[in-house]
Design a protein around this ligand. Structure first.
Ligand code: CA
Length: 448
């Protein structure tokens, strides 16, 4: 079906002219679980991940509660006609080569995978041998992540946190001009389901004369979205706004675990260090920019009186559709809750569209000094918080630095995370006239 008829049916011709037949809500898969209402991985999504398949790693695509083993499928000829680079990238066992290829290869690959999995397309018998149950797979980090950068793109988070530490001056004057970020640690990025050890470090009680070294007493999560670099840029060659999204492969959920007592002692004057570098958890499935196309929205509306972005960060198309409407939720399940068979309790619900800076602006800014991004680099949004209290994306904000503890269904209270607590991030996109897609989950238990 041409994009035009889809756009006409949804009644939004102009903004949706970038859609194609892969977004058609009428499409269904012969994998029945993909068609269930509320499924995260319908045929309109098709996120990429890497799993352990036998003795080696394999590239997979999520469909319902199954994984399509793209590596073995490609070797068996399922991707015939796509060209050698795309087929080779799908058999690499890690996503960096596919990320490096760019959109001219991603789009035909998405189309081909959609054909293979579509109900009535005649491929079921040929493809079924390459499906495995997701529940039986071990997911691995999707890419070799050379570098990891974490931003601070939510003005609500920056203001809420600033107010706790500097009540009279919550937002520093540079915030509305320059996207703030820091270089994180790539080696400690782990995939969902990996337990996280409580880190030890220095902290100093305000009333004490000297710091002490020991396990953090204020372990926190941060609700974030990560995005992976597609094709890189050469050193010394900045990426302009007009090309920024061509350099983004896709998005995942990300938990930037944070030790607040260590952070408040070490962060001045150079920013976070050991309070963040002990662990970062990502969800295993990367939702592509193509899959997110129906959920694009205008960039965050800057309030009257805020400065315009400087010209190198300002682009009309980005203002019109630089935002992405992703609902983001955080849940907690303490050990007691799990033992009692209780469901995880929701702590917050926010939306990625509330970011002050778009992903394109973050990526363009990152490269604006000539810094080279490489395929598989991970960039993250920073804690996603919104204007209302239920949209606060970390415990530091939710409990007001511990002053307003949260009560769990077991009667336990939390200022910060305790050993045995599991934090679960979920994300999904919904829009009238389109099929809901989801990110799956990003889980981590505090070991101990
Ligand atoms: Ca962060």
């Amino acid at each position: 079906m041409p994009a035009g008829s889809l756009a006409v049916r949804s009644g939004h011709l102009e903004p949706f002219s970038f859609l194609d037949s892969s977004h058609d809500p009428q499409l269904s898969s012969w994998v029945e679980s993909a068609n269930r209402p509320g499924a995260d991985f319908p045929i309109q999504n098709l996120p990429f991940g890497v799993f352990r398949g036998g003795p080696s790693c394999a590239t997979g695509v999520a469909i319902g509660d199954r994984i399509l083993d793209l590596g073995r499928g490609a070797q068996a000829g399922l991707l015939e006609g796509l060209g050698a680079p795309a087929i080779a990238a799908c058999t690499a066992g890690v996503l960096n080569p596919l990320m490096a290829l760019g959109r001219k290869h991603w789009a035909p690959l998405r189309k081909r995978i959609g054909e293979l999995l579509r109900a009535g397309s005649g491929y079921q018998a040929a493809v079924e041998p390459f499906l495995l149950p997701m529940a039986e797979a071990v997911m691995l980090p999707p890419a070799i992540i050379g570098d990891y950068t974490d931003f601070y793109a939510s003005v609500h988070h920056a203001t809420n946190v600033g107010r706790l530490f500097r009540p009279g001056n919550p937002l520093l004057p540079n915030y509305k001009y320059v996207p703030i970020g820091y270089h994180g640690r790539a080696s400690s990025i782990v995939v969902s389901g990996t337990p996280v050890d409580r880190p030890s470090g220095q902290s100093k009680d305000p009333a004490a004369e000297a710091p002490v070294f020991g396990p953090t007493r204020s372990l926190d999560y941060e609700l974030e979205v990560g995005f992976f670099a597609g094709p890189g840029n050469a050193l010394g060659q900045p990426i302009p706004m007009a090309e920024a999204e061509q350099h983004i492969f896709g998005l995942c959920l990300l938990n930037d675990w944070s030790a607040r007592d260590m952070q408040s002692w070490e962060y001045q004057p150079l920013g976070p260090f050991l309070a963040k570098s002990f662990a970062t958890t990502i969800s295993p499935w990367i939702v592509t920019m193509e899959a997110l196309a129906p959920f694009r929205v205008p960039a965050f509306q800057r309030p009257d009186g805020d400065p315009e972005p400087l010209p190198y960060l300002n682009a009309a198309e980005d203002r019109e559709r630089g935002g992405i409407d992703v609902t983001l939720e955080v849940y907690i399940a303490s050990r007691q809750m799990r033992e009692a068979g209780l469901q995880p309790m929701r702590l917050s619900r926010g939306n990625l569209r509330n970011l002050y800076w778009t992903l394109a602006q973050l990526l363009t800014h990152h490269s604006s000094n000539g810094c080279n991004l490489q395929s598989g680099d991970l960039l993250a949004s920073g804690t996603v918080s919104g204007p209302s209290p239920e949209e606060r994306g970390c415990l530091l904000e939710l409990t007001q630095r511990g002053a307003e503890p949260i009560r769990l269904p077991t009667g336990e209270v939390r200022k910060f995370l305790e050993d045995g607590d599991e934090v679960i991030l979920r994300g999904y996109c919904e829009r009238d006239g389109f099929t809901r897609i989801g990110f799956g989950e990003c889980r981590g238990v505090v070991a101990g």
